[in-house]
Write a protein that binds this ligand. Sequence first.
Ligand code: TYC
Length: 105
Amino acid sequence: MGSKHQETPVLETARVRSRLKSPPLFNVILLNDDFTPMEFVVEVLQQYFSKTLEQATVVMLKVHTEGAGLCGVYPKDIAATKVEQVVAFARQHQHPLQCVMEEVK
Ligand code: TYC
């Protein structure tokens, strides 16, 4: 049982860091429309983006007044699943709510 742990040399670490890129992240964004009820958007933000009622209300009002708002930032697959789930849920309830993703710059 050796007590010394293996140290990675500083130069080795720098070389590996320059080769490995962390996976890209994606913003998931809600878009405004004139028909989806505010309460429905708040429910979406609580259910799919783990917002409290207060946080969800702030985001919903930002979308309502500015046209778009950030729901969360995720790796590609998770972002794509959120978009699918939100759009499917909105369509089930006959709302035109739009949810999109864009790569974080
Ligand atoms: N503009 C909608 C209304 O007045 C509310 C709304 C907010 C719709 C956010 C979509 O992403 C949205 N009922």
